[in-house]
Design a protein. Structure first.
Length: 55
């Protein structure tokens, strides 16, 4: 996902978000991190890969 926006000085800045999915047979872990120096990743949690989890 890349968003473009202009500031008053007509400079285009980019805002990039990287999303990571670590898939396994029984679950998927979800995390994201922003594209900037020193950014910390954010772990959103685990999603189980069974029918009951999607109800």
């Amino acid at each position: 996902m890349c968003q473009h926006y202009q500031t008053g000085a007509s400079i285009i800045k980019h805002n990039i978000l990287f999303i990571g999915l670590d898939t396994h047979k029984t679950s998927t872990d979800v995390a994201y991190i922003q594209d900037q120096r020193g950014a910390k990743s954010t772990h959103l949690g685990k999603i189980f890969s069974n029918k009951a989890a999607f109800k």
